[in-house]
Design a protein around this ligand. Structure first.
Ligand code: BES
Ligand code: ZN
Length: 458
C-alpha cells in the first residue's frame, strides 16, 4: 500500500477519536420517538462527514422511518465495487444509573472507548470511512469502487430497509458487501464471521378480567393471567432445552462434523466465559457445546415479562393482564415467516379458554451463512492479517443482521463480516465499549482490504 496512506492512518489517531466522539454525542436512539430528531440530525452529520471524507453523490434519503445515508465513489472503471453497510442508530441507554460515564460522552479508560454506539455500530462503521478518507486524501483515488449505505433502523429490526434495497437495486449494485457490526472471537484475535442467526420476535398479551381483582374475594374463581403465562411459557421448552413448538427443527441445518471439530479448536475457555457472565452455571440444549448452542442452534427466549404488582411491599391482587416479549433465534435454513406461523399455532393451542390471548408479530430476520472459499473472504483474511499482524479465525455468531440475507438475495452479492468488536463489548447494555487497538487496527486493515479486493475477481 502507498506508504503515505499507512503513515496518515498511524498519525491521525487522535483526530479519529475526536471525530468519533462527536458522532457518538448525537443520541440516535432509533427505538424512542423522543430521539427521532436526534436520529435525523445524526444522519445529517454523517452525510456532511461522508462528503468531507471524499465520497460523492452523498444523500440523506427518506424512508417511512429513519433515513438512510448514501454516498459513493465510482471512479475505478473495471475494478470491483464494494458496498459498505453499517447502522448509525443505537440502542436505548437504560438503566442509566449503571453507566460509569455518561453514555453519549465517549470516554477512554484503559485503551477502551466507553459510550453507547462505541462498538454497535458507530465505532465500527467509522473505521471504513476513515480508511476511505486515508486513501482519497493521500492518493486522490481508490483501488475499488465504493458505495456506502448507513441505516438508522437496524436496532429496531430494519423495518424499511428490505424495501429500500428493492427500490434502489441499480444504485446498490456491487460485487461484495462489507459489514463491521459483529465481535471478534476474542480481544486481539481477529475474526471473520461466516454465519449469523435469524430472528422471530413476538409479544403475547393475556387478559383474565376487565380490571385487577381482590385476590381474596375472587381468588379461585378466575384464571390468573400471570400464572397462565408462566404455564404457557413453560410449555415452550423441555428440560433439555429443546423447543417444543411442533415443526420448529424441521429445517435446521445440522452442524457438519468438520465444523464441530473447528469450533473445538478455537481458543474457548468455558470457565472464564461463565465467570465473565456471572452465571452460576451454563445452561442450554443438551448434546451441544456452548459455541454450538450460541452459533448454530436455534433458541426460544423470554425477553421481558410484565404483570401484576411489582412495587415495594405487598398487594393482594389478581392482575387483569400479563404480557411477555419473546423471541426465537433461528439458524439456516429456518424461515422466520414459517417459524412465526408455527409459533402462533402452538401458542393458541396451549392457551386456556380462561384468558383472552393476543399474539403480535413484531419483527423477523433470516439467518445467513456463507462459504469460506469465497475469494472476497480470502481477500478480507489477507487484509486483516496485514492490519493486525495476525491471521483471522473463522467464527459464526449468535446475533442477527437480517439485511445480510437480503444483500444476497436482492443484490446477489456475498457479504464479508469484518467484525471489530469484542465479546465483552457490552453491546445493548450499560458501559458499551470498543477496544481502541481494534479501532485503529481496523482502519489499517480496511485500507489494505481495498487493494486485496482489487486483486480479486469474484
Ligand atoms: N451488532 C448487532 C448484531 C450482532 C450481534 C452480530 C452479536 C453478531 C453478534 C446488531 O446491531 C444487533 O443488535 N442486531 C439485532 C437485530 C434484531 C433487532 C433484528 C439483534 O441481533 O438482536
Ligand atoms: Zn445492536
Amino acid at each position: 500500500m502507498n506508504p503515505a496512506v499507512v503513515d496518515s492512518i498511524l498519525t491521525s489517531r487522535s483526530r479519529y477519536l475526536d471525530e468519533l466522539t462527536r458522532f457518538i454525542a448525537i443520541p440516535s436512539v432509533s427505538a424512542l420517538p423522543e430521539h427521532a430528531a436526534d436520529t435525523r440530525a445524526c444522519a445529517g452529520w454523517l452525510a456532511d462527514h461522508m462528503t468531507a471524507v471524499g465520497l460523492q453523490n452523498v444523500r440523506v434519503i427518506d424512508t417511512p422511518g429513519h433515513p438512510v445515508v448514501y454516498g459513493d465513489w465510482l471512479n475505478a472503471p473495471g475494478a470491483p465495487t464494494v458496498l459498505f453497510y453499517g447502522h448509525y442508530d443505537v440502542q436505548p441507554v437504560d438503566p442509566l444509573d449503571q453507566w460509569v460515564s455518561p453514555p453519549f460522552e465517549a470516554t477512554v479508560r484503559d485503551n477502551e472507548l466507553f459510550a453507547r454506539g462505541a462498538t454497535d455500530d458507530k465505532g465500527q462503521l467509522f473505521v471504513h470511512l476513515k480508511a476511505l478518507e486515508a486513501h482519497l486524501s493521500k492518493t486522490g483515488t481508490l483501488p475499488i469502487n465504493a458505495r456506502v449505505i448507513l441505516e438508522g433502523e437496524e436496532e429496531i429490526g430494519s423495518p424499511n430497509l428490505d424495501q429500500f434495497i428493492r427500490d434502489h437495486k441499480a444504485e446498490l449494485a456491487c460485487d461484495v458487501v462489507v459489514v463491521s457490526d459483529s465481535p471478534m472471537f476474542e480481544k486481539g484475535v481477529p475474526s471473520i464471521c461466516y454465519g449469523l442467526r435469524g430472528l422471530s420476535y413476538f409479544q403475547i398479551d393475556l387478559r383474565g378480567s376487565t380490571t385487577d381483582l381482590h385476590s381474596g374475594s375472587f381468588g379461585g374463581a378466575v384464571a390468573n393471567p400471570a400464572f397462565v403465562l408462566a404455564q404457557m411459557l413453560a410449555q415452550m421448552k423441555d428440560r433439555g432445552g429443546h423447543v417444543k413448538i411442533p415443526g420448529f427443527y424441521d429445517d435446521v441445518r445440522e452442524l457438519t462434523e468438520r465444523e464441530r471439530e473447528e469450533f473445538k479448536r478455537l481458543p474457548f475457555n468455558e470457565k472464564q466465559y461463565r465467570k465473565n457472565l456471572g452465571a452460576p452455571r451454563l445452561h442450554g440444549e443438551t448434546g451441544y457445546s456452548t459455541l454450538e448452542r450460541t452459533w448454530a442452534r436455534p433458541t426460544f427466549e423470554v425477553n421481558g415479562l410484565l404483570s401484576g404488582f411489582t412495587g415495594e411491599g405487598s398487594k393482594t391482587v389478581i392482575p387483569a393482564t400479563a404480557m411477555a416479549k419473546i423471541s426465537m433465534r433461528l439458524v439456516p435454513d429456518q424461515d422466520p415467516d414459517k417459524i412465526a406461523g408455527l409459533f402462533e399455532a402452538y401458542v393458541k393451542k396451549v392457551a386456556p379458554k380462561s384468558v383472552d390471548l393476543k399474539v403480535t408479530r413484531m419483527h423477523g430476520g433470516k439467518p445467513w451463512m456463507t462459504g469460506l472459499d469465497n475469494p472476497y473472504v480470502q481477500a478480507a483474511a489477507r487484509a486483516i492479517e496485514l492490519g493486525f499482524n495476525r491471521a483471522p479465525v473463522y467464527t459464526r455468531e449468535g446475533g442477527s443482521i437480517p439485511i445480510v440475507a437480503t444483500f444476497q438475495t436482492e443484490l446477489n452479492a456475498p457479504t464479508v463480516l469484518f467484525g471489530l468488536g469484542t465479546p465483552d463489548e457490552n453491546a445493548h447494555a450499560p458501559n458499551e465499549k470498543l477496544d481502541l487497538d481494534h479501532f485503529y487496527g481496523g482502519i489499517l486493515a480496511s485500507a489494505y482490504l481495498y487493494e486485496e479486493i482489487a486483486k480479486t475477481r469474484g
